[in-house]
Design a protein around this ligand. Structure first.
Ligand code: DGJ
Length: 728
């Protein structure tokens, strides 16, 4: 049993962790613990000082130490005496904002709850249990149902909240976060993942100073700039030791994660929809569902936490036919041709790729409408006959005749002013009446909150998918959203638009993925601007970054790996000098970096030398062999590419028999010192043979003595070592 209730104390138990809360004598739901399984009611740790200017709830009478402002709370509210960051806030018709939530009831059921209209972790009944705790504000009859999904075998607890207006007046919900997590003790640090276009998800570990720190997006997308996932690390926590907690928001729009270190040196983390771009009119009888946060905790450092998230996201967030199988090795024509292509050119690229073992050709941006540059055509989803004289089906046939599958690029949520769609439906573009909209890459954004826009996109994309043998879609999104305004919403509800936009996107993605279960959908947003667990519910892989430089990718993929599984990171070998940096690296180095993901190519392979072509053929063969180990094995970050002179990572099969070490040495020095790399996750008692030279090592030696990094000559030198256990 994952959920145990003792009186009004709730124990949520996973294999290694305990999450605990308790409704006290006043019905206040206190958070008691999230950490190792203690088998104990942890309330004994709570000690409330008498803190001036932290008021007391009315019923506590003269007990000056009973304050909502100082105790760890399960779901902190606005306006009733907790002055820290809150999780939920409403405004009533008289302008007041207090919400005094007290415990009312609970309910436990087998299985994992789902959330209407939103992505959520899913599980079989035997894999999970759901706890619902209902809190109520008596004065307004507003209820909040806190939902907990407990997946014991995964050491995961999910959280989400439902705000229900059981009162008689319409209220404005101006904050509804998914998570509030109070940690009363310990010096913690937090890691957030920042960046910019082509430079996504750089981990930044910061001390918690008194006050509030934030990681967020107001861009309508989860963004390149901050990722909706954070880590809390107890001081001293490393890759392999110490306590840490991870929180991943399953949401693809404006988000907010805030962490506060308070007057009593307590830590509070809240996470959910960004309050700056949100307000929701909640009529009597209506409910509001927050997106879900996935929580996990580790007592053995960040590596174990990553393993827990990788497994959970791969098996219980990603869906569909492709989630566990090896994806096709693809070639994408974007960096090979940009907009300048036609059927002949694509077939030529495909031919060269087919000869080397590539499985699929993906036709990128520029195949539709009048789209010879990024200035026009978005929205006109019909083939350009000048580029594709035999249509999509004609091209698909030619590609299929080469023994390859065929995929196409879409940017469904966008519209060019110079397009037939805009001329027919200017009202579908997001603009504020009387103002000129911000343009980005010349394009405007469609109002995805409109059902007619969603229907149009469903119809037009279905028509294309039915018109030819298309088995892959790259779903792109190339700007931040501004000028929020929807013609269909009354003025009082305009702040609902950013969330309604995401709901519209999810609804469309759900319809399409259900209607075309055999199509592999890859998410993309100018690279990795919407790399989040929400998109992974619909697309098992996401283009990780528009930066295809192999060296840069070691850092971007390292940052991404803290939460997201290797199979989710779209990663390609591109041409050199690299188009983003001008850097030159070998095909082998590029291949090794690209293999740490969903593998593919993004160049015209016909232009390679024979020697390079041979290397490509060889590495595709190698990837076909290593792919299952890379995607199903455990992933170990053996170095930190932001600090070390090399980037080395390791995959170990779940039975610890197969081991692949890959990476690159950034720079060679004369008379170079060779460092040992300490492998992890092996069986210390087993013997392993290194494929490259046949030498046998014990697991113990490899983990404690290490293995010397290869001798290097030149820069960006590839590292690859494959070991297999030789004894039973
Ligand atoms: C941004 C994507 O990340 C690229 O791979 C490419 O598809 C372009 N958009 C096309 O416009």
């Amino acid at each position: 049993m994952a959920v145990r209730v003792d009186g009004k104390t709730f124990f949520l138990e996973t294999k290694n962790t305990l999450y605990q809360m308790k409704a006290d004598e006043y019905g206040v739901l206190k958070h008691l613990w999230y950490g190792v399984r203690t088998g104990q009611d942890m309330e004994y740790l709570l000690d409330y000082p008498d803190v001036g200017f932290s008021g007391n709830i009315y019923e506590a009478d003269n007990n000056r130490s009973y304050s909502l402002d100082t105790m760890p709370l399960e779901y902190a509210t606005e306006g009733v005496g907790d002055f820290r960051i809150s999780a939920v806030g409403v405004r009533y018709q008289n302008g007041a904002s207090a919400l005094d939530l007290r415990y009312e009831s609970y309910h436990v059921e087998p299985g994992k709850y789902s959330i209407p209209g939103l992505p959520a972790v899913y599980a079989e009944e035997y894999e999970a249990e759901t706890l619902e705790v209902t809190l109520k504000d008596t004065a307004s009859d507003i209820r909040v149902v806190l939902k907990y999904g407990v997946l014991p075998d995964f050491d995961v607890i999910t959280r989400s909240a439902v705000v229900i207006n059981d009162g008689v007046q319409t209220v404005m919900l101006n904050k509804a976060h998914s998570l509030c997590l109070d940690i009363p003790y310990g010096q913690w640090e937090w890691v957030h993942f920042y960046g910019r276009w082509a430079k996504e998800r750089t981990p930044e570990r910061l001390p918690l100073l008194h006050g509030i720190q934030e990681s967020s997006s107001k861009r309508g997308i989860s963004s390149h700039h901050q990722n909706p996932a954070v880590l809390l690390c107890r001081e001293g926590c490393t890759e392999t030791s110490g306590i840490c907690i991870g929180a991943v928001l399953m949401y693809s729009g404006c988000f907010q994660a805030q962490v506060e270190y308070d007057q009593l040196n307590q830590t509070r983390l809240v996470m959910g929809i960004n309050t700056h771009t949100f307000c929701w009119e909640l009529e009597p009888g209506k409910r509001f569902y927050t997106p879900e946060v996935i929580l996990s905790q580790s007592n053995s450092g960040m590596e174990m936490l990553s393993h827990q998230f990788h497994r959970l996201i791969r098996e219980h967030v990603c869906r569909g036919r492709y989630k566990m199988i090896e994806r096709p090795v693809l070639i994408n024509n974007w960096e090979a041709t940009y907009f300048d292509f036609n059927e002949d050119k694509l077939v030529e690229i495909a031919k060269g790729a087919a000869e080397l073992g590539v499985d699929m050709l993906v036709m990128d941006d520029g195949w539709f409408g009048k789209r010879d540059s990024d200035a026009s055509g978005l929205g006109d989803w019909y083939e350009n006959p000048l580029k594709l004289p035999n249509g999509l089906s004609g091209l698909a046939e030619k590609i299929n005749d080469l023994g390859m599958e065929f995929g196409v690029w879409f940017e469904p949520e966008m519209i060019s002013e110079n397009s037939d769609l805009f001329r027919t439906h200017p009202e579908w573009a997001i603009r504020i009446p009387g103002r000129r909209p911000m343009r980005s890459r010349y394009q405007l954004v469609l109002d995805m909150s409109r059902p007619d826009v969603q229907d149009y996109l469903f119809d037009v994309m279905s028509r294309i998918l039915n018109s030819a043998n298309i088995t892959y879609i790259k779903w792109d999104f190339n700007r931040s959203v501004s000028d929020w305004y929807s013609e269909l919403l009354p003025s009082g509800r305009q702040k609902e638009m950013p969330h309604r936009f995401v709901l519209g996107l999810y609804s469309l993605m759900e319809r399409l993925t259900q209607a075309f279960p055999d199509v592999l959908f890859e998410g993309c947003c100018g690279g990795g601007g919407r790399f989040d667990a929400g998109i992974l519910y619909y697309c098992p892989q996401i283009w990780c970054s528009d930066d295809t430089d192999a060296f840069e990718r070691t850092q971007i993929q390292y940052g991404t790996s803290f939460f997201y599984p290797i199979s989710s990171m779209g990663s390609h070998v591109s041409a050199v000098p690299n188009h983003q940096t001008g850097r030159i690296t070998s095909v082998k180095t590029r291949g090794i970096t690209a293999m740490a993901g969903s593998f593919g190519y993004e160049l015209d392979l016909n232009r390679l030398t024979q020697e390079e072509k041979d290397e490509v053929k060889f590495q595709i063969g190698l990837f076909k062999e290593y792919g299952p180990l890379i995607h199903n094995g455990k992933y170990y970050r053996l170095s930190n590419p932001f600090e070390d002179k090399y980037a080395i990572w390791e995959y170990v099969s779940t039975d610890a028999r197969k081991v692949l070490v890959q990476g690159m040495i950034f720079r060679t020095e004369p008379n170079m010192l060779r460092y040992p790399i300490y492998l992890r996750g092996l069986d210390p008692k087993k013997k392993y043979r290194l494929r490259e030279d046949g030498i046998i090592y014990s697991g113990n030696a490899l983990m404690n003595g290490g293995i010397l990094i290869p001798k290097a000559w030149g820069d960006y030198v590839p590292v690859e070592m494959y070991l297999e256990a030789i004894d039973a």
